[in-house]
Ligand binder design. Structure first.
Ligand SMILES: C[S@@+](CC[C@H](N)C(=O)[O-])C[C@H]1O[C@@H](n2cnc3c(N)ncnc32)[C@H](O)[C@@H]1O
Length: 207
């Protein structure tokens, strides 16, 4: 369902200035994190590559893993056009356990709430990360369901209660070192009301 949803949005994704600003703000957060190693980054649900492109100088290599072929096609066009040699794309079929290699860091921007099986994702992340690797999660704080009320068959999470999310991470052998609000999305709900949705940036280290 979701890959098809994003396939349809791919072509015009980068035209939304909010998404461009959001990726810049997220890249800024990522740059401020002290990593054990800056070898390779996995951008889960990296879509058209807005975030990865900003981070290309921070890592030896970056892999954008996504379920939407169209989002990845836009990302690949961008990589080719700019002659970027250290970013590649990977098409996910079912879940991130399929990605090749291990990574020194993983980042996910506005994707975790689309992944129904949170525990499964976090357990795969722990396997994919190198020892002392870092998982960075940028997503919305728990909302009342209005953020996705325009998506008829949305089956993900209405944002996250960061205390509960941190507990799941800690149970999977991560240590949560920081969580802070860093960006706000303002948009009109289905009932015509303007609403603000704050985003958090969470940093967790594999123990
Ligand atoms: C809201 S978009 C965010 C895209 C990008 N991170 C950005 O901020 O511009 C969510 C992305 O996650 C992808 N996605 C959803 N579930 C996924 C999964 N289980 N594994 C990998 N990608 C997934 C979608 O195809 C989509 O490109």
């Amino acid at each position: 369902m979701m890959s098809n949803h994003f396939d349809q949005l791919a072509q015009t994704w980068d035209q939304d200035q909010m998404k461009v600003e959001r990726s810049k703000a997220t890249a800024e957060q990522c740059r401020n994190v002290t990593l054990h190693e800056n070898k390779n980054l996995l951008d889960v649900g990296g879509g058209t590559g807005l975030l990865s492109v900003h981070l290309r100088d921070c890592f030896e290599s970056i892999t954008i893993a996504d379920m939407s072929k169209e989002m990845l096609r836009v990302a690949q066009e961008k990589i080719d056009r700019a002659k970027i040699t250290n970013i590649k794309t990977f098409a996910v079929k079912e879940d991130i356990s399929e990605v090749p290699d291990t990574y020194s860091a993983m980042i996910t921007l506005m994707t975790l709430h689309h992944i129904a099986d949170l525990e499964g994702f976090i357990s795969s992340a722990a396997k994919i990360l190198d020892d002392y690797g870092t998982l960075m999660i940028a997503d919305i704080y728990q909302d009342d369901g209005s953020f996705h009320d325009h998506v008829a068959d949305f089956d993900g999470h209405d944002g996250f209660e960061v205390g509960a999310l941190s507990k799941i991470l800690e149970n999977a052998n991560f240590e949560v070192s920081s969580v802070n609000p860093y960006f706000e999305i303002t948009k009109e709900t289905q009932t015509g009301e303007m609403r603000s949705y704050p985003l958090f940036f969470l940093v967790a280290r594999k123990r």
